[in-house]
Every structure is written in structure tokens, then in C-alpha cells.
Design a protein around this ligand. Structure first.
Ligand code: ATP
Length: 367
């Protein structure tokens, strides 16, 4: 009987609960035992009550709850060999040989490290008498499957990550709310949105709300003096009769010289040069989403079915898969490749190779 562990890790994203629910229900329907590992990798390291067998009713009501009900964490211990040794020991003692990890690129990097070290970890545990010879022979291989849960939509090789669309909805609602007050007072608003080094949320929010100007890391303004360029656009829109000015800034936005573009600086520019009554709104953690939109519920559900199928189809010689979404199809790609391309994409931004960064993120360029 296959024993599958499921955990959520890194920043919470709406739709993670749909993943857990789907892994539990579909896993059970396929004759597996499913265990939830609470609090991300920390639960794996700590073991005990953090690893709990789930039944059909354990996940009742999960679909509509935002975030992750089994908890998530950023776990320093898992970044150390000793932490991963403890994690391996806890998995083996619970009889779990397959792990479905839902998280961002950091979590999936950790999963990949864990799997690549697995046989070394097992030998070390055996040598230290922390597991028996029989356990070492049964748990020769660890199956890992990655699901991408992140509001940032920053993972390479998948078109969309679980939680990103819910987050985008919340951002649009917030911008719409700001719009009404901006219109009433004829004000300008500079709105900062999340996304770390990725501009997807900011760009999509800009399109969906008709913002005047958007700053994203992947396309820094081409002008050295971007302040003048931005003012030109804002002034033109005002001259055309617009009563509001909305500037959306990704938290990782950069100028041509890779210097961070700050919302307060933009506010000062709009005030000083255009005389606009300007306010800054940092949307903050409301963007994590709350109740997931239908898309993220569906995405989490269908991708997790694919994740359980991938566990059941796995063989030691096959690379760990990551479940993605490409052109509206659920896809299975090597996890290691997707993680590597994601890191290369981040490095490309740092070296100002923006086109390359976009190519690395978008699988259509790679296939
Ligand atoms: P988000 O995109 O929402 O930030 P994330 O998964 O990228 O999510 P991280 O904080 O980068 O979030 O990673 C989550 C956890 O994954 C870390 O706290 C750590 O436990 C584990 N992890 C990350 N990188 C590694 C690594 N190189 N080796 C081992 N574990 C790692």
C-alpha cells in the first residue's frame, strides 16, 4: 500500500487547500494512505504529531478556504543536512516513501535537494542506527512530485501557478476601490503590489484595471529619465479628461540601472512635477487572497490528481516531476529542469538580460 505525504511550503497561496483535498481524496480512492505533513518542512523535521494520517472527512470544507489549513512555514532547519536527516528519518518511521510538495521555487528546490541526497541520507541514518537495515532496504528511493503554489506566478515551465489568479482578483478589487476615491477627489495613486522578482501580478493588474503606468522588473523603463516619461503619460491622460491617475508598481520593479523604483519617489514626482494630489497604497497581505477563486480551486484539484498519478507511475530511474499547466493542459515536466530554469531566469534579470529572463520563464520559447 503506497503511503503518500503531502505538504504545503513557503508563502501561502489560495488553492493550496484544494491541492491537499484532492491529494487526500484521489489518493484514498486509488488505494493509498495519505498523510498530511503540517507546517511545511518544519513538520517533516519535527515529526510526531505534525505528520497525520488523513481520512475522507479530514478535508471537508477545504475547497473554499484560502491559504493552507495544514499550515506552512519557512524552515531554516531543512536547509541543513541535519534537518534533512531528521526529515528522512521521520518519513521512514511513518512508512512514507512519496512526497507531494506544494510550494514556490524555494520549496521545490528543497524538494529536489532532498530527493537527490536521499540514498546518502538513508545510509547515514543506518550507520547511526537511527533506522533498521530492513527500513533502509525498503526505503531505497523517495518519490517527490512538485505542485507550484505561489501567488507570484514566477515559476518557469508552467503558465500559471496555484494562487496567482486569486491574488490578481484581490488586487483588481483593491484597485477598483481606490479608483472610486481617486475619481471623486481627482487624485493620483501609486499602488505597490507583490510578486517579488516577478512582474506578472503588476502587469496583469495594470491591464485588468486600465492603469496609467506599470513598473515591472522584467521591463525596466527604457529611458534613463523614466520620471519624465511617466509624467508625460500621466499629463497626457489628464489633458484628455481623466480625473484619476493610477500607477502600479511591482515590489521588485527596477530602473535601467537595476536600482529599485520606490513608490514614495513616484509619489513625490507626481506631486512636484504635475501638482497631483498623490497617495501611496501598499496592498500588502490582503493580496495573499482569502477564499480561492474558481480557477485556483480547479487548478489545485486537477493538478493534484496528476500529482498522485505521477507518484503511482514513478520509477527510480525517472526524474522527479513537476506538475504544470501549458496551453490549458496539465503537464508533467522534470522538476529539476524547471527549478534550474527559474534560477537562471532570476540571474538573467540580475545581469540585465531581460529578454532571456522572459524566455526562461515562458515554456513556449523552450519547447
Ligand atoms: P514563495 O514563492 O511563496 O516565496 P517559496 O517556496 O519560494 O515560496 P521559500 O521561503 O524560498 O519559499 O522556501 C520555502 C522553504 O523551502 C524554505 O523555508 C526551506 O525550508 C525550503 N528550501 C528552500 N530552498 C532550499 C534549499 N536550497 N535547500 C533545502 N531547502 C530549501
Amino acid at each position: 500500500r503506497k503511503k503518500i505525504g503531502v505538504l504545503t511550503s513557503g508563502g501561502d497561496a489560495s488553492g493550496m487547500n484544494a491541492c491537499v483535498r484532492s491529494v487526500v481524496l484521489y489518493g484514498i480512492s486509488k488505494g493509498c494512505d495519505v498523510y498530511a505533513v503540517y507546517e511545511g518542512y518544519q513538520g517533516l523535521v519535527d515529526g510526531g504529531d505534525y505528520i497525520r494520517k488523513m481520512d475522507w472527512r479530514s478535508v471537508t470544507g477545504y475547497l473554499s478556504i484560502g491559504g493552507t489549513s495544514i499550515g506552512t512555514a519557512r524552515c531554516m532547519a531543512f536547509k541543513t543536512r541535519e534537518g534533512r536527516l531528521l526529515a528522512a528519518q521521520n518519513l521512514i518511521k511513518n512508512g512514507i516513501d512519496s512526497l507531494i510538495v506544494c510550494g514556490g521555487d524555494g520549496s521545490l528546490t528543497g524538494a529536489d535537494v532532498f530527493r537527490s541526497e536521499w540514498s546518502g541520507l538513508v545510509s547515514e541514518l543506518l550507520k547511526a542506527d537511527r533506522i533498521t537495515k530492513e527500513e533502509a532496504s525498503i526505503f531505497k528511493h523517495l518519490t517527490i512530485v512538485g505542485l507550484v503554489g505561489s501567488i507570484d506566478n514566477d515559476m518557469s515551465s508552467t503558465d500559471i501557478t496555484i494562487g496567482a489568479v486569486t491574488s490578481l482578483h484581490r488586487i483588481c478589487e483593491a484597485v477598483d476601490s481606490v479608483d472610486t476615491t481617486a475619481l471623486s477627489h481627482s487624485r493620483a495613486f501609486v499602488i505597490e503590489v507583490m510578486g517579488r522578482h516577478c512582474g506578472w501580478l503588476a502587469l496583469m493588474a495594470g491591464i485588468a484595471t486600465g492603469a496609467d503606468f506599470v513598473f515591472i522588473p522584467e521591463r525596466p523603463p527604457s529611458e534613463e529619465d523614466w520620471e519624465t516619461a511617466m509624467c508625460k503619460v500621466a499629463r497626457r491622460h489628464r489633458e484628455l479628461g481623466k480625473r484619476k491617475t493610477i500607477i502600479i508598481v511591482a515590489e521588485g520593479a527596477l530602473d535601467r540601472n537595476l536600482k529599485a523604483i520606490k513608490v514614495d519617489h513616484i509619489k513625490d514626482i507626481l506631486c512636484d512635477r504635475l501638482g497631483l494630489d498623490t497617495r501611496v497604497t501598499i496592498l500588502g497581505h490582503t493580496q495573499r487572497g482569502g477564499s480561492p477563486c474558481a480557477f485556483d480551486r480547479i487548478l489545485g484539484t486537477v493538478q493534484s490528481v496528476a500529482a498522485v498519478d505521477a507518484v503511482l507511475a514513478s520509477t527510480p530511474d525517472k526524474p522527479s516531476p513537476m506538475i504544470g499547466m501549458n496551453n490549458n493542459q496539465v503537464t508533467t515536466k522534470p522538476l529539476m529542469d524547471a527549478v534550474k530554469l527559474t534560477h537562471e531566469g532570476a540571474a538573467a534579470i540580475e545581469s540585465r538580460n531581460f529578454d532571456r529572463a522572459l524566455e526562461l520563464r515562458d515554456p513556449q520559447f523552450l519547447d
